[in-house]
Design a protein. Sequence first.
Length: 274
Amino acid sequence: MVDILETPPEVSLEAVKRLTRDLRNAAKNLGIREARYLVDTYYALQGFRVASGNQYHALSKGQEPSEVVSWLVVQMETLENQIRAVLDKWSAAQPMGEWSRNITGIGPVISAGLLANIDIEKAPTVGHIWRFAGLDPTRKWNKGEKRPFNASLKRLCWLIGESFVKVSNNPKDIYGHRYLQRKEYESKKNENGDYADQAKAFLARMRKRDAKDLIKTLESGRLPQAALHARAKRWSVKLFLSHWHAEAYRRHYGQQPPNPYPIGILGHDPSHQI
């Protein structure tokens, strides 16, 4: 049996180290499109590696371990680490990359992903970023229409939200704490019946074979806990993006950014818009 944590003899550790050094040097000349491709590749590899690792462990339980699967896991993990090293160096060299990496829960790959997918010159307000990331609830994607958001950025925002949840108990954390505060706020509104109309609409889309507990919650005029979790998480991500946009705008234009349309023009409460 081959331990998936060991490098098989076919892989030269010195060659891997040399290649990693070469890749890190190449990071100095990395372009936006290349960085975007590497970020997408990194997460694709991560997904394949996790799936392959699960397959390996399943085979091991059945006493049919596969050396090929083990070898594949190691190769993908090696590539992951190499890509991460490149994006680490690249994002650290960018002013907004450095700013992002100082935020608890935001690492080099996520920082690189934000830099690679957001063009501040095309985002006069943070609302443009929210819509581009699929975080604008008023923008619908109807069948047959072109996707109205960037899939890579939307996935990145989901990962950011998950990260904020994980670091919410870290004393150095900012946005995870805001997630917890928002979830408490959403829970109170839910208990007060403020989301009864949304629960009714949700219930109308349910099927008879769906979970009875979920249906019972919706019939009571309340949203399920999973929905409150998602709302609070999305709110914390949008808050982070508003701060990211403000910092990037100031650095690029040397002045304060304008407020999003609902706040700047319509005078809505900022906390409700996020």
